[in-house]
Design a protein around this ligand. Structure first.
Ligand SMILES: Cc1cc2nc3c(=O)[nH]c(=O)nc-3n(C[C@H](O)[C@H](O)[C@H](O)COP(=O)(O)O)c2cc1C
Length: 154
């Protein structure tokens, strides 16, 4: 999950294109599709937060994956520095924008990590179009036609 806020307008989206990039300095990347409101908020505010969801937070992932839907404010809270993060997430990284590289129809946003917290637990997995632990659970994001056994991608 990525959440950003510009001039009081929050935006967030479910995301699996996350990777660690560098240890010194500590950099990560996320890849945000052109047209996503979150990308706009990240570009304008110059900062964003990445929250790693717990296995039990499938509904959070679904609520943030609906293009154009109202911001699901009940799922977030403010961290100490005022940034919005997902409530009860397994881990969170708060970042300032280090650089942006346009790559096809996405922007790859490099984030310099300004704060990190993490706890114990099992992460929510998205694999072959399904949420859960490997193939145990299954749910399709709203608006996607899918059935068990078929990858839906995003
Ligand atoms: C499991 C999952 C992973 C996703 N990963 C990405 C991603 O890495 N990058 C991206 O641009 N959209 C990704 N999406 C799609 C966005 O969450 C979705 O388009 C979102 O609604 C965009 O926000 P918007 O309403 O501001 O357009 C993913 C969706 C799902 C369900």
């Amino acid at each position: 999950m990525v959440v950003a806020e510009h001039e009081g307008q929050p935006a967030g989206m479910t995301l699996n294109s996350f990777a660690s990039v560098s240890l010194e300095p500590l950099l990560v990347l996320v890849s945000l599709g052109h047209g996503a409101r979150t990308l706009d908020a990240v570009r304008r505010s110059g900062r964003f937060a990445v929250s790693m969801l717990r296995r039990g937070q499938r509904q959070v992932a679904l609520d943030f994956a609906e293009r154009g839907a109202p911001f699901p404010a009940g799922h977030v809270e403010r961290a100490g520095d005022g940034q919005l993060v997902v409530r009860h997430a397994l881990a969170e990284l708060r970042c300032s924008v280090h650089g942006i590289v346009t790559a096809g129809d996405h922007d790859v946003v490099l984030g310099a990590v300004t704060a990190f917290s993490g706890g114990e637990g099992e992460p929510l997995v998205f694999h072959a179009g399904r949420f859960g632990h490997v193939a145990a659970d299954a749910a399709a994001p709203a608006g996607f036609d899918a059935f068990l056994g078929e990858g839906i991608g995003w």
